[in-house]
Design a protein around this ligand. Sequence first.
Ligand code: M6R
Length: 616
Amino acid sequence: MCGIVGYIGFRSGVAECLRGLERLEYRGYDSSGVAAIDTQGALAVRRAVGGVANLSQSLEEAGVVGKTAIGHTRWATHGEPSEQNAHPHVDCTGRFAVVHNGIIENHAALRAELKLKGHKFRSDTDTEVIAHLVEETFEDAGTLLGAVQQVVERLRGTFGFAVVYSEGEDKEIVTTRSGSPLVIGLGDDEVFLASDVVAVMERTRRVLFLEDGDVAVLRPDGVTFYDQAGAQVERDVTEIDWSAEAAERGGFEHFMRKEIGDQPGTVERIGSGRILFDHKGRRRVELSELDALLEGGTVPSRIAAAACGTSYHASLVAKWYLERLAKIPTDVFIASEFRYEEPLLGQTDAFLSISQSGETADTLASLALARETKLASLAICNVIGSRLTREADATFLTQAGPEVGVASTKAFTSQVIASLLVALDLGLRRGSVSHDEADAILAGLERLPTDIERVLDDEAHIEAVARRHANARAFLFLGRGVQVPVALEGALKLKEISYTPAEGGAAGEIKHGPIALIDPEVSTIFLATPSPTHRKLMANMSAIAARKGPVIAIATPGTRGLDTLAQDVIHVPHVRYELQPLVNTVVLQLLGYHVARTLGREIDKPRNLAKSVTVE
Ligand code: M6R
């Protein structure tokens, strides 16, 4: 969605903001802007439509300088993308500048009230009310901190914003959050602000996350935090262990492709330190992460999970693992539905929240609902310090490193493995998985990085298949059993980056409707790797082939019957059934990527999409 950056210290605040904005460009934006306070205390604001390069040119032409600055990349919600609607927004006196993420739900009422008091609005945005409210309250409050604290009381919605003031004796940035993430990076005599840690990582690894309701005052020598009640509070410093290179494209054309290629490493990392050996030399898992979930050692009688998008698909795979291995009934909900329903939750249930970012509004609201019902909760999350990790009782960090491409790839495979490890741990505790079975699955997991490497080595062939089908009118992704969520994920990946309609689902369902779509311009991808229902799946494939629908089969070498039914076959290594989703997913990621690339799409920044959806 939108991105916020800020800098206060000894370097050029303008240059630092531009650097941070470039890091956030992957989130997609339509305009950007910077406000800086120069050594004379004057406020200069420049905004531009289009890329950060346009803004940089405008700042340079105007000669804007300053060691205190805030910046923003905007993704229009209120008001069309234009220079006038780009942030920062300023008040009537031109002393206060504001950058804002999120939505101020009561902006219309506030705007009307402020207009009656004589305030002049220059944009159509909800954000501008914040600048005028700060102006309105500043005289009474006496400080920028006091003004922001009063303004927050008037706002409804989700927001994170930062304000600078041109005439303050002490140069400072005041920032606050309610629902939209903000992180502060600590340097030596300099402080950074951003809505995403990737924007500060290059400068510092010591970060502090704002909690909801916090107001923070940034000065070059440090940060002071105040909680919702206005009391000064301490917030813990978190050390980020992601490498700066992890957020670079590393020579790849797109972040998405680089992140697909990261998977042998991320898969290896997630198991390391978590796979142990028992006295007989058998592999086992015992996750310390689950301690807070299993108070008194009691395993939940049922699990409810709610998530969005790719993380929802990972939750569906988690259900399969939890029911198959741990024998715990599991229900998976779409978070945007769950939060407004009246889910039947029992006191001995546990709640599972899977999210890459840990900041997805619907996922967080679902967790809040589960917590109201007093359910113990587990978050599977990639971002340390994110709100989800702070609000769940227990957190399993997937450690996949920063995922920059909007299309989730390595985060998904890490989420799936995390849920496999959770299911194995619970299964071992309950005795529903034997030690030998756990050992065999974990041994397979150890070999998985090599298996994924083999898929990556076959990229040229996968690309050729993608090129042959790139102009299909639509795609169908079909599987059975644990491959159904993989099919859903394959369809989501392809459609979000190629804009070609794609549907995923259970192969056995096609005769109940989807088969009507089939003609020579609709390609169907079958997840045809070995499974207990393989023969049924082959019958489904025959039904498509009989209707002249082109078939792409993903199968292990030696699978019979494909030569007559499939136009293209992509071979994958044979791995255990529980692990096949991981290998097959990588093929689907590459397939979607190369279809989108053939069609010339903006792969890392697909239209209308944001990396993390922090508003409803
Ligand atoms: O950060 P989260 O995992 O909670 O995000 C959930 C979805 O917005 C996300 O997975 C989305 O579907 C991806 N763009 C899919 O590639």
